[in-house]
Design a protein around this ligand. Structure first.
Ligand SMILES: [Zn+2]
Ligand SMILES: [Zn+2]
Length: 436
């Protein structure tokens, strides 16, 4: 792990700058000419975002394009997920996945084709925006689908394009894997995906071999006490005080129980308890997120949370049948582990056309990691740069800085990102088809 982190320092591959820029300009122009429809698809998808598990129209839009160009659609992969399969003679099977869902955010890009969409969510009118770039993922993915048809003489094998629902809530990939229809799909030898990076420039691809995105767990903990009068705390058992001790104490798990080279995060994001100042409540609810990489760390964090919670409650006088309740929510996802072998192939086929940037691991999660089945199938998630040079310069003078993913201002340079992403992914797919 130490070695992996050391390897993930940021470095830009050295090509002569002048030749690199000239080469890229030429490629952008050439690819743009082939990507006019993909840019229109992007605008349609951007203007019509759908929240996790509700991607019905989005899936229909993608399927209609794919069936017209010869892909066989396999439906019923959970929510609105589907696969589009193209058989092109004997050869390996490769999988390339896109996600489809958007976020409950009110768009503030100022674009003429901004999303003005709202939906009713929990009886509240909620705005919807593609603020995580899944619209870029889809437009690029569709364009790669077309490119692989156009270039079918250059490769042999089976291409499985997977469109996945509900990535933002960590449920989509699990549903795909649990579906009966998934078993009909040939098992791939390699699996690929893009995620846009809000900080990288167009033409830059971010790579992080090994653990690149964290395992995510969400947990609700109920700390019980014995309610009473706020003026007579000695007659009560105060769950607010136990919670305060617990929140402080669990911060020692990362600093004192885990090796410092195996990163983890334990965050209490919400505390709900009590009503007024002079009443000691019966219970307090805490909502946590836990981020880890290795299975050992994950197990240790879970064990220590329970040990600390149980012992603090007992020390406060709670009986054994009223110790804290630990609810691990059905949103857990494993880490994304990027295969070093695929990392080498990316270097081999893309380093002369793209700037390959080494990216450190992030504690953000992505359910793409589920498809590797515990790292049994080599997989790689590549960060796709989306900023134009002009945007990067302009943001330097902007007090708000570069808009991150999930920002209402997230405004990628889609006109250049989509053609460059298409070129990178189709080149890599063809390379892997011929290599295996
Ligand atoms: Zn997201
Ligand atoms: Zn995303």
């Amino acid at each position: 792990m130490t070695l992996l982190i050391k390897l993930c320092f940021i470095c830009i591959f050295s090509l002569s700058l002048t030749s690199l820029i000239a080469q890229k300009d030429k490629q952008v122009n050439r690819s743009s000419a082939n990507s006019a429809s993909a840019i229109e698809w992007y605008k349609i998808l951007h203007q019509n975002p759908e929240l996790s598990t509700f991607e019905d129209s989005t899936a229909k839009f993608l399927k209609s394009k794919l069936s017209k160009i010869g892909y066989t659609i396999i439906d019923s992969l959970g929510y609105h997920s589907f696969a589009a399969v193209l058989k092109n003679g004997e050869g390996p099977t490769l999988l390339y996945r896109t996600d489809m869902d958007a976020l409950p955010i009110k768009e503030a890009t100022g674009w003429t084709f901004s999303s003005t969409k709202t939906v009713q969510k929990d009886q509240v009118e909620t705005p919807v925006m593609h603020a995580c770039g899944h619209d870029i993922h889809m437009a690029t993915w569709l364009n790669v689908a077309q490119t692989m048809v156009n270039q079918r003489k250059k490769w042999n094998g089976t291409l499985v394009l997977l469109a996945q629902s509900a990535e933002e809530i960590g449920r989509g990939a699990k549903e795909v894997m649990a579906s009966a229809a998934w078993k009909q799909i040939p098992q791939p030898s390699h699996q690929l995906a893009f995620h846009v990076s809000a900080n990288l420039e167009v033409g830059e691809l971010g790579l992080c071999d090994g653990y690149s995105m964290a395992a995510v767990d969400m947990m609700n903990i109920t700390i019980y006490g014995q309610g009473g009068h706020g003026a007579e705390p000695y007659k009560a058992i105060d769950p607010v005080l136990i919670s305060a001790q617990f929140i402080t104490q669990i911060q020692s798990i990362v600093s004192r129980n885990l090796p410092p080279n195996d990163p983890a995060v334990v965050t209490v994001g919400a505390i709900q308890g009590g009503t007024v100042g002079n009443v000691i409540p019966n219970e307090v609810l805490l909502k946590l997120t836990i981020r880890t990489y290795s299975t050992e760390s994950r197990a240790l964090v879970m064990k220590r949370i329970k040990e600390i919670g149980d012992h603090l409650a007992m020390a406060a006088g709670m009986p054994e049948n009223r110790l804290p309740k630990y609810d691990l929510l059905d949103m857990s996802i494993p880490p994304v582990y990027n295969s070093e072998k695929i990392g080498k192939e990316i270097n081999a086929c893309l380093s002369n056309k793209f700037s390959l940037v080494k990216i450190p691991p992030t504690m953000i999660g992505e359910d793409f990691g589920i498809y590797s089945g515990g790292n049994k199938i080599p997989s790689y998630l590549i960060w796709l740069g989306v900023l134009s040079k002009a945007q990067k310069e302009a943001y330097k003078n902007d007090a708000l800085g570069i808009p991150s993913l999930h920002s209402s201002r997230f405004s990628p340079d889609f006109e250049n990102t989509i053609p460059r992403g298409t070129e990178a992914m189709s080149t890599l797919l063809i390379h892997l088809f011929n290599k295996n």
